[in-house]
Write a new protein. Structure first.
Length: 227
Protein backbone atom coordinates (compact mmCIF):
# COMPACT_ATOMS: atom_id res chain seq x y z
CA UNK A 1 0.00 0.00 0.00
CA UNK A 2 1.17 3.52 -0.82
CA UNK A 3 0.24 6.37 1.49
CA UNK A 4 0.68 9.90 0.18
CA UNK A 5 0.73 12.52 2.90
CA UNK A 6 1.96 15.94 3.97
CA UNK A 7 3.43 15.73 7.47
CA UNK A 8 1.64 18.84 8.75
CA UNK A 9 -1.85 18.01 7.46
CA UNK A 10 -4.51 17.05 10.04
CA UNK A 11 -6.59 15.34 7.35
CA UNK A 12 -3.62 13.21 6.38
CA UNK A 13 -2.92 12.48 10.03
CA UNK A 14 -6.34 10.87 10.29
CA UNK A 15 -5.34 8.27 7.71
CA UNK A 16 -1.88 7.88 9.21
CA UNK A 17 -3.28 7.21 12.69
CA UNK A 18 -5.64 4.60 11.26
CA UNK A 19 -2.84 2.81 9.42
CA UNK A 20 -0.69 2.72 12.55
CA UNK A 21 -3.54 1.67 14.83
CA UNK A 22 -4.50 -1.21 12.59
CA UNK A 23 -0.94 -2.33 11.97
CA UNK A 24 -1.27 -2.09 8.18
CA UNK A 25 1.99 -2.14 6.21
CA UNK A 26 2.41 0.89 3.98
CA UNK A 27 4.98 2.96 2.13
CA UNK A 28 4.91 6.56 3.37
CA UNK A 29 5.36 9.08 0.56
CA UNK A 30 5.71 12.74 1.55
CA UNK A 31 4.29 15.14 -1.01
CA UNK A 32 3.56 18.83 -1.41
CA UNK A 33 -0.14 18.73 -2.26
CA UNK A 34 -0.05 22.32 -3.54
CA UNK A 35 2.46 21.42 -6.26
CA UNK A 36 -0.09 20.42 -8.88
CA UNK A 37 2.16 18.48 -11.22
CA UNK A 38 0.64 16.23 -13.84
CA UNK A 39 1.73 13.12 -11.96
CA UNK A 40 0.36 14.35 -8.62
CA UNK A 41 -2.97 15.30 -10.17
CA UNK A 42 -3.22 11.79 -11.61
CA UNK A 43 -2.28 10.15 -8.31
CA UNK A 44 -4.80 12.24 -6.34
CA UNK A 45 -7.54 11.81 -8.94
CA UNK A 46 -7.52 15.53 -9.65
CA UNK A 47 -8.05 16.53 -6.02
CA UNK A 48 -4.49 17.68 -5.26
CA UNK A 49 -5.16 16.86 -1.60
CA UNK A 50 -3.84 14.44 0.98
CA UNK A 51 -4.35 11.80 2.15
CA UNK A 52 -4.26 9.43 -0.79
CA UNK A 53 -4.11 5.68 -0.28
CA UNK A 54 -3.37 3.34 -3.19
CA UNK A 55 -3.88 -0.39 -2.66
CA UNK A 56 -2.81 -2.95 -5.28
CA UNK A 57 -5.46 -5.59 -5.99
CA UNK A 58 -5.14 -9.26 -6.93
CA UNK A 59 -6.20 -8.52 -10.50
CA UNK A 60 -3.29 -6.13 -10.98
CA UNK A 61 -5.39 -2.98 -10.78
CA UNK A 62 -5.10 -0.37 -8.03
CA UNK A 63 -7.74 1.04 -5.72
CA UNK A 64 -7.18 4.75 -5.04
CA UNK A 65 -8.93 6.38 -2.09
CA UNK A 66 -8.95 10.12 -1.45
CA UNK A 67 -10.62 12.22 1.31
CA UNK A 68 -9.70 11.44 4.87
CA UNK A 69 -12.97 10.03 6.22
CA UNK A 70 -13.34 7.81 3.15
CA UNK A 71 -9.81 6.52 3.76
CA UNK A 72 -10.68 5.72 7.38
CA UNK A 73 -13.76 3.78 6.25
CA UNK A 74 -11.82 1.94 3.53
CA UNK A 75 -9.07 0.88 5.93
CA UNK A 76 -11.69 -0.44 8.34
CA UNK A 77 -13.14 -2.61 5.56
CA UNK A 78 -9.68 -3.70 4.43
CA UNK A 79 -8.48 -4.63 7.91
CA UNK A 80 -11.41 -5.36 10.25
CA UNK A 81 -9.07 -6.39 13.06
CA UNK A 82 -8.64 -3.72 15.72
CA UNK A 83 -12.00 -2.23 14.74
CA UNK A 84 -12.59 1.50 14.95
CA UNK A 85 -16.27 1.37 13.95
CA UNK A 86 -19.11 -0.28 15.86
CA UNK A 87 -20.47 -3.54 14.50
CA UNK A 88 -24.11 -2.46 14.78
CA UNK A 89 -25.38 -0.32 11.87
CA UNK A 90 -27.16 2.19 14.11
CA UNK A 91 -24.06 2.72 16.23
CA UNK A 92 -21.86 3.04 13.14
CA UNK A 93 -24.24 5.61 11.69
CA UNK A 94 -23.97 7.58 14.92
CA UNK A 95 -20.17 7.52 14.71
CA UNK A 96 -20.28 8.80 11.13
CA UNK A 97 -22.64 11.56 12.24
CA UNK A 98 -20.06 12.81 14.74
CA UNK A 99 -17.25 12.53 12.19
CA UNK A 100 -19.31 14.82 9.96
CA UNK A 101 -19.96 17.10 12.93
CA UNK A 102 -16.22 17.65 13.29
CA UNK A 103 -15.96 18.58 9.63
CA UNK A 104 -19.00 20.85 9.63
CA UNK A 105 -19.00 22.48 13.05
CA UNK A 106 -15.41 22.56 14.31
CA UNK A 107 -12.87 22.44 11.48
CA UNK A 108 -14.13 25.46 9.47
CA UNK A 109 -14.29 27.68 12.55
CA UNK A 110 -10.85 26.59 13.70
CA UNK A 111 -9.28 27.65 10.41
CA UNK A 112 -11.26 30.89 10.23
CA UNK A 113 -10.40 31.74 13.84
CA UNK A 114 -6.71 31.07 13.16
CA UNK A 115 -6.83 33.35 10.10
CA UNK A 116 -8.82 36.13 11.81
CA UNK A 117 -6.01 38.55 12.58
CA UNK A 118 -7.96 41.33 14.29
CA UNK A 119 -9.32 40.70 17.83
CA UNK A 120 -12.74 41.98 16.85
CA UNK A 121 -16.35 40.85 16.91
CA UNK A 122 -15.80 38.49 13.96
CA UNK A 123 -12.93 36.74 15.71
CA UNK A 124 -15.01 36.38 18.88
CA UNK A 125 -17.89 34.92 16.85
CA UNK A 126 -15.62 32.32 15.22
CA UNK A 127 -14.15 31.41 18.59
CA UNK A 128 -17.58 30.86 20.12
CA UNK A 129 -18.82 28.81 17.15
CA UNK A 130 -15.79 26.54 17.40
CA UNK A 131 -16.24 26.13 21.15
CA UNK A 132 -19.93 25.34 20.71
CA UNK A 133 -19.09 22.59 18.25
CA UNK A 134 -16.54 21.16 20.67
CA UNK A 135 -18.97 21.20 23.59
CA UNK A 136 -21.65 19.47 21.51
CA UNK A 137 -19.43 16.54 20.56
CA UNK A 138 -18.01 16.31 24.08
CA UNK A 139 -21.48 15.96 25.55
CA UNK A 140 -22.05 12.99 23.22
CA UNK A 141 -18.98 11.14 24.54
CA UNK A 142 -19.27 7.98 26.60
CA UNK A 143 -19.45 9.14 30.22
CA UNK A 144 -16.76 6.75 31.44
CA UNK A 145 -14.36 7.14 28.54
CA UNK A 146 -11.61 7.84 28.24
CA UNK A 147 -12.21 7.77 24.46
CA UNK A 148 -15.28 8.95 22.58
CA UNK A 149 -17.00 5.55 22.60
CA UNK A 150 -15.51 4.19 25.79
CA UNK A 151 -12.41 2.16 26.53
CA UNK A 152 -11.11 1.79 22.96
CA UNK A 153 -10.03 4.26 20.29
CA UNK A 154 -12.66 4.76 17.59
CA UNK A 155 -13.02 6.46 14.22
CA UNK A 156 -14.52 9.53 15.92
CA UNK A 157 -11.38 10.00 18.02
CA UNK A 158 -9.23 9.70 14.90
CA UNK A 159 -11.38 12.15 12.95
CA UNK A 160 -11.38 14.75 15.74
CA UNK A 161 -8.01 14.63 17.46
CA UNK A 162 -5.64 15.97 14.78
CA UNK A 163 -7.73 19.14 14.84
CA UNK A 164 -8.05 19.18 18.63
CA UNK A 165 -4.27 19.09 18.85
CA UNK A 166 -3.93 22.01 16.44
CA UNK A 167 -6.58 23.99 18.29
CA UNK A 168 -4.55 23.58 21.47
CA UNK A 169 -1.16 24.18 19.87
CA UNK A 170 -1.73 26.77 17.16
CA UNK A 171 -4.45 28.89 18.71
CA UNK A 172 -2.51 28.94 21.94
CA UNK A 173 0.53 30.22 20.07
CA UNK A 174 -1.10 32.68 17.69
CA UNK A 175 -4.37 33.75 19.36
CA UNK A 176 -3.50 33.51 23.07
CA UNK A 177 -6.36 31.03 23.26
CA UNK A 178 -6.87 28.53 26.06
CA UNK A 179 -9.69 26.05 26.37
CA UNK A 180 -11.95 26.27 29.42
CA UNK A 181 -11.32 23.83 32.25
CA UNK A 182 -14.34 24.44 34.48
CA UNK A 183 -17.55 22.41 34.21
CA UNK A 184 -18.26 18.75 33.60
CA UNK A 185 -18.20 19.02 29.81
CA UNK A 186 -14.75 20.55 29.72
CA UNK A 187 -13.43 18.14 32.34
CA UNK A 188 -14.62 15.27 30.14
CA UNK A 189 -13.05 16.92 27.10
CA UNK A 190 -9.64 17.16 28.77
CA UNK A 191 -9.89 13.55 29.91
CA UNK A 192 -10.49 12.58 26.29
CA UNK A 193 -7.76 14.86 24.97
CA UNK A 194 -5.10 13.50 27.31
CA UNK A 195 -6.04 9.90 26.52
CA UNK A 196 -5.72 10.33 22.75
CA UNK A 197 -2.60 12.47 23.14
CA UNK A 198 -0.85 9.52 24.80
CA UNK A 199 -2.15 6.91 22.35
CA UNK A 200 0.47 5.21 20.21
CA UNK A 201 -1.38 5.98 16.99
CA UNK A 202 -1.05 9.71 17.61
CA UNK A 203 2.40 9.74 19.19
CA UNK A 204 3.83 7.79 16.26
CA UNK A 205 2.44 10.29 13.75
CA UNK A 206 3.20 13.49 15.62
CA UNK A 207 4.92 14.64 18.82
CA UNK A 208 7.38 11.74 18.97
CA UNK A 209 9.01 13.17 15.85
CA UNK A 210 11.86 15.58 16.65
CA UNK A 211 10.81 19.22 16.63
CA UNK A 212 7.27 18.38 15.48
CA UNK A 213 5.48 21.05 17.49
CA UNK A 214 7.91 23.82 16.55
CA UNK A 215 7.75 22.83 12.89
CA UNK A 216 3.97 22.79 13.04
CA UNK A 217 3.84 26.25 14.57
CA UNK A 218 6.23 27.58 11.93
CA UNK A 219 4.29 25.99 9.09
CA UNK A 220 1.00 27.56 10.16
CA UNK A 221 2.38 31.07 10.67
CA UNK A 222 1.04 32.30 7.29
CA UNK A 223 -2.45 31.17 8.35
CA UNK A 224 -2.12 33.23 11.52
CA UNK A 225 -1.34 36.27 9.37
CA UNK A 226 -4.53 35.80 7.41
CA UNK A 227 -3.19 34.14 4.25
Amino acid sequence: MKFYNAWYCPFGQRAWMTLVHKGIDFDYIEVDPYDETESWMAISRGAAMVPVVIQPNADGADTTIVESNRVIEYLEDLQPMTPIFASQPNQKAEQKYWMDHVGNNIVPYFYKFLKAVEPDQKQAYLREKMLAGMVTITEAMDHMGPFFDGAELSAVDIAFFPFAFRIETLLGEYRNFHLPTEGSSWQRYHQWYNAVLKHTSFKTTGPDNDGYVNRLIEHYQPYSLGS
